[in-house]
Design a protein around this ligand. Structure first.
Ligand code: COA
Length: 252
């Protein structure tokens, strides 16, 4: 094991950047990276922040680490090593943004699918080659990909090894945006700025309610709204809007 941390965490005021840091193996996700991601999640749960996930080098992540994967057995699979961490990331309180340069394959793609937003570059490639390795995409792709792009395309990717180019992924909105590699992080920060301009608690509850099961609606929406209706922030933001209008009308 090398002494280099497999995940670099750069804390900002309202956001945090997680940098997958195993560039020599195309940021393959090994156990140490999963452990580091759990630690980073714990911090982002305790103090909710927008999360930007980026890969060191010109790759997002080329999947789970195949050297470790080859040695895993039934009990490891049942532990859900990757499925649990991607689920935890999906459920983070504030929005997450995947910045996908180069390959996002296998577990790397599943990590990207778990994010709320994905921004790519012209060289982004997204796919799930798991069945080619004799396993299945068991860390979210089997159900999340169909939700994102629909069953027909999900099946091409999962059952027939189709790898999407950036242009193809953009055309089905699997990527929200495609920018040049040198602009990727700045574009992620611009999106984070837009999110950070909203009321943080409203954003958190909007995300949670969005993902609530169908049967929980509309009650869960009403309860979350009840919480927000009682906040000072709602009152202040609405008053600021009305005052601005009143001032404008006064100038007419
Ligand atoms: N697990 C472990 N090691 C990996 C890896 C993975 N998922 N993906 C890449 N690596 C390693 C390679 O073994 C190689 O190591 P080496 O330098 O010791 O030989 C190094 O990363 C560079 O990979 P290489 O294949 O030479 O780079 P490339 O730029 O030519 O190709 C990929 C990049 C991503 C297309 C190719 O590495 C690949 O297909 N990786 C596996 C993708 C996959 O099947 N993922 C699903 C896993 S479930």
């Amino acid at each position: 094991m090398s002494g280099k941390p497999s995940l670099l965490v750069e804390e900002g005021e309202n956001r945090v950047v997680w940098r997958l840091n195993r560039p020599d193996v195309r940021n393959a996700i090994d156990r140490s990276m999963v452990d580091a991601l759990h630690e980073a999640c714990a911090a982002a749960e305790a103090e909710p922040k927008i999360v930007l996930i980026v890969g060191e080098g010109a790759t997002f992540a080329a999947g789970a680490d195949i050297a470790q994967l080859r040695e895993r057995g039934r009990d490891d699979a049942l532990r859900g090593i990757n499925s649990k961490i991607f689920d935890r990331i999906h459920k983070l309180p504030m929005p997450t943004i995947g910045l996908l340069d180069g390959y996002a394959l296998g577990g790397g793609a599943e990590l990207a699918y778990a994010c709320d937003f994905r921004i790519g570059t012209p060289r982004t490639r997204l796919g799930n080659p798991e069945t080619g390795l004799g396993i299945l995409a068991a860390a979210g792709a089997a159900w999340r990909l169909a939700e994102l792009v629909g069953e027909p395309l999900a099946k091409e990717i999962l059952l027939a090894g189709r790898v999407l180019t950036a242009e193809e992924a953009l055309s089905v909105h699997l990527l929200n945006e495609v920018v040049q590699p040198g602009d990727l992080l700045a574009t992620g920060h611009l999106l984070a700025d837009r999110i950070a301009a909203q009321a943080p608690l409203a954003t958190r509850l909007m995300k949670a309610v969005f993902h609530a099961p169908r049967d929980a609606h509309p009650f869960v929406d009403d309860v979350a709204q009840a919480v927000l209706f009682e906040t000072e922030e709602k009152h202040a933001r609405m008053t600021a809007f009305l005052d601005r209008r009143n001032r404008k009308e006064g100038h007419r």
